[in-house]
Ligand binder design. Structure first.
Ligand SMILES: Nc1ncnc2c1ncn2[C@@H]1O[C@H](COP(=O)(O)OP(=O)(O)OP(=O)(O)O)[C@@H](O)[C@H]1O
Ligand SMILES: [Mg+2]
Length: 430
């Protein structure tokens, strides 16, 4: 038997689940025990009390009309002769008066001559008896026949359950706080932010926290070395390259032009390495108007005579973004679009949940099987497609994907239905 369908009814957070697994058994046991106890207890007590009253009533009904007056006082039972129309009154009872049900049942069994039970008033019992000497109305205190305040036990139980549960709730929340902090620190680290975090709480949580801190330190060291190495090498290569360019000016044109082209290409590659090394961590996140950013970017591209246009924008609002990194990411997408296609169209959609930057082109697109490869660093797709497309290092999409991840988002490649080429979506959560 599968219980998968049950899953949707369970709380999603660890907090709710822990509370559920602790509280559910306790609540169920309490309900079962109290129902059994209350039912037994009240049934037996009510029956015992009813027995006494039944015996008194039997005795009184056995004597004749005139002697009854002697009993009413000491027994605190009120007898009144009434006319026969009362015999056809309906039985009444308050809907929540469950012990009344037992009373009626029990009295009926032992005194079949009772015709009408009126328990509508909670304080008294009113019965109409069909006596051979004429109908009699009998009234006595309700207290004589059923236990008073039967709900007191339940009220106590509920009150103390709530009290104890709230203590448990507070305790549990404190126990789970370290997990939440760890999750926050890990999320922040995934987005390229270093958040202060000290392991705390129960032994297992402390262990997880310490493992996270160690891992984070190792990754940070790693990134640092990579950045240092890449930027060091690139930087050091610049000086000899500049020297070569200067030296080249001495040559005649036939030799100079192809060599100069090579040097320019090498310089472009070095720039790409440098920006890859700078990575996603460049600049501080700021609240910026993403639509404005895109408009500026498109304007800059148009000024550089690139066939780029702004297609449409939807929604408004500011978003926490690193503007420099964002610009670079979009620049890479736009450059690809105009390099592999003939024109690029940029659009932006802002909703409550995310910002989506979209760059579409009319080029050949990327086959589905190669889309994740294309996002790897230093990967360029088959050379045939890239002929005459100038030199690239294959870092553009890798950098863009990195930047999207650092903002807690993703880069998604698909087919552009509208233009027929590639559709690159960068989706960032807000
Ligand atoms: N808009 C596009 N249309 C078709 N193919 C694309 C498009 N964008 C990228 N590609 C393919 O994906 C590969 C990887 O792209 P990426 O931007 O990472 O590197 P690149 O453009 O070759 O070099 P770089 O951007 O570093 O100068 C490209 O070589 C190209 O084959
Ligand atoms: Mg590129």
């Amino acid at each position: 038997m599968s219980f998968v369908w049950l899953k949707q009814y369970f709380p999603r957070g660890i907090y709710g689940r822990a509370a559920l697994s602790l509280l559910l058994p306790v609540v169920v046991v309490q309900i079962v025990v109290s129902v059994i106890f209350v039912q037994r207890h009240f049934e037996e007590v009510t029956q015992q009390m009813s027995d006494t009253v039944i015996r008194e009533l039997q005795m009184v009904l056995a004597v004749d009309e005139f002697e009854r007056a002697n009993f009413t006082g000491p027994l605190e039972i009120n007898f009144t002769v009434v006319d026969s129309s009362t015999l056809s009154e309906p039985n009444t009872r308050l809907w929540y008066d469950f012990s009344g049900l037992i009373v009626v049942d029990y009295l009926k069994k032992h005194l079949p001559q009772i015709k009408v039970f009126d328990l509508y008033n909670n304080d008294i019992v009113r019965l109409i008896i069909d006596d051979p000497q004429g109908p009699i109305e009998i009234v006595f205190d309700r207290q004589r026949i059923s236990a008073t305040n039967p709900h007191q036990l339940l009220v106590n139980m509920v009150f103390f359950s709530i009290l104890v549960t709230s203590f448990a709730y507070i305790y549990l929340r404190n126990q789970l706080r370290p997990i939440k902090r760890l999750a926050r620190a890990a999320t922040a680290f995934g987005r390229g932010r270093h958040m202060r975090f000290t392991p705390a709480g129960a032994a297992e949580m402390r262990a997880a926290g310490t493992a996270f801190v160690d891992m984070r330190a190792r990754i940070e060291r790693h990134i640092e070395t990579r950045t240092l190495m890449l930027s060091g090498v690139s930087h050091d290569l610049r000086t000899p390259l500049t020297r070569m360019r200067l030296a080249l000016t001495m040559l005649d044109d036939a030799d100079r032009i192809p060599l100069e082209q090579d040097v320019i290409e090498m310089q472009q590659m070095i720039d790409a390495f440098l920006s890859f090394a700078a990575g996603e961590s460049e600049g501080e996140p700021e609240k910026i108007d993403a639509t404005e950013l895109v408009r500026l970017l498109v304007k800059d591209a148009q000024r550089a005579n690139l066939p780029v246009s702004f297609y449409m924008s939807e929604g408004t609002g500011t978003t926490l973004l690193r503007p420099i990194a964002m610009r670079r990411a979009l620049d890479n997408l736009i450059n690809n679009a105009v390099r592999y296609g003939n024109r690029a169209e940029v659009s932006i959609t802002i909703t409550n949940k995310f910002v989506r930057f979209r760059v579409e082109d009319d080029g050949p697109g990327i086959p589905e099987a190669q889309r994740s490869d294309a996002q790897q660093a230093f990967v360029r797709l088959d050379p045939a497609r890239n002929q005459d497309k100038g030199s690239g290092v294959g870092l553009g999409l890798a950098i863009t994907a990195d930047i999207a991840r650092a903002h807690g988002g993703t880069l998604r490649l698909s087919d552009s239905k509208r233009l027929g080429g590639l559709k690159a979506d960068m989706i960032i959560g807000r």
